[in-house]
Design a protein around this ligand. Structure first.
Ligand SMILES: Nc1ncnc2c1ncn2[C@@H]1O[C@H](COP(=O)(O)OP(=O)(O)OP(=O)(O)O)[C@@H](O)[C@H]1O
Ligand SMILES: [Mg+2]
Length: 248
């Protein structure tokens, strides 16, 4: 297991947003997290990326504790461990979060130099290879505002991959893309899972989920309602309970 989440709980101002969430992720798996708006999907990914502090529960990433319970308190990793974890998890945000004042290439080499300690030359080489793989090498000197939504999405994916993460988490990676680009992102995601990586993907796009996921977690109101292989999940999808959750 590259990721283990156990009994994770998170509240915002007294409102429970994550309720006893437990699941695991293995290398090579593509786990889709689906469910209605407000279910807690983004909050869950933010906790796994260390961007949000849990109230209770355990997150273990590649055998390092990101947080755990001790004496009725939730203890986050120390800064040394946190630094290691940051190198293991890549996140592509719902709104890309590219640095607007930096070119594509500058966006890509920032973390490899500052987090991994790569030389500028190594970082440039790694970034160029990734851009080439995503068909974006001719945009390396462009600024984010000069890119289309799909191009920004690919730069955000390249930036996360520059750290060579063990876990890649993607929040709605195909929203606002036309069908051709959605297809492109789907095939990129599938290829990545063949490498030494586990993927978490949040998506409302059932076509993409059907194409890429190996396993599915359905969340509603902060809880995991159902976890199953893709095949089992879609065989039971007509089940009225799931349907009513999706439209609520
Ligand atoms: N920083 C925050 N402060 C207060 N409440 C928050 C915060 N972040 C999220 N929430 C609340 O937590 C709940 C879950 O939000 P979250 O963004 O995780 O949902 P989601 O499943 O990703 O939804 P969507 O599909 O719309 O992106 C919502 O009720 C939201 O208002
Ligand atoms: Mg969200």
């Amino acid at each position: 297991m590259i990721l283990k989440v156990n009994n994770l709980n998170k509240s915002f101002g007294g409102k429970r947003v994550l309720k006893d969430i437990s699941f695991g992720l293995k290398t090579g798996e593509i786990l889709a997290i689906i469910g209605p708006s407000g279910a807690g999907k983004t909050t869950l990914l933010r906790c796994i990326n260390g961007l949000e502090k849990a109230d209770k529960g355990t997150i273990v990433i590649d055998n390092i504790y990101l947080c755990k319970d001790q004496n009725n308190k939730n203890i986050p990793a120390k800064s040394k461990e946190m630094k290691k974890i940051r190198q293991k998890v890549g996140m592509v945000f719902q709104n890309y979060n590219l640095f607007p004042h930096m070119t594509v290439m500058e966006n890509l080499i920032e973390a490899p130099i500052n987090v991994l300690g790569l030389s500028k030359e190594e970082a440039l080489n790694r970034a160029y290879d990734l851009l080439k793989n995503l068909g974006m090498e001719d945009k390396k000197d462009a600024y984010p505002f000069q890119l289309s939504g799909g191009q920004k999405q690919r730069v955000a994916i390249a930036r996360a991959l520059c750290l060579n993460p063990k876990i890649l988490s993607l929040d709605e990676p195909t929203s606002a893309l036309d069908p051709e680009l959605r297809e492109g992102i789907a095939s990129i995601i599938k290829k990545l899972a063949d490498k030494d990586m586990g993927i978490l993907i949040i998506s409302h796009d059932m076509e993409i989920v059907k194409r890429v996921a190996t396993r599915i977690i359905f969340m509603a109101e902060g809880r995991i309602i159902k976890e199953a292989t893709k095949e089992d999940f879609f065989n039971s999808f007509e089940d009225g309970r799931l349907k009513s959750f999706m439209v609520s």
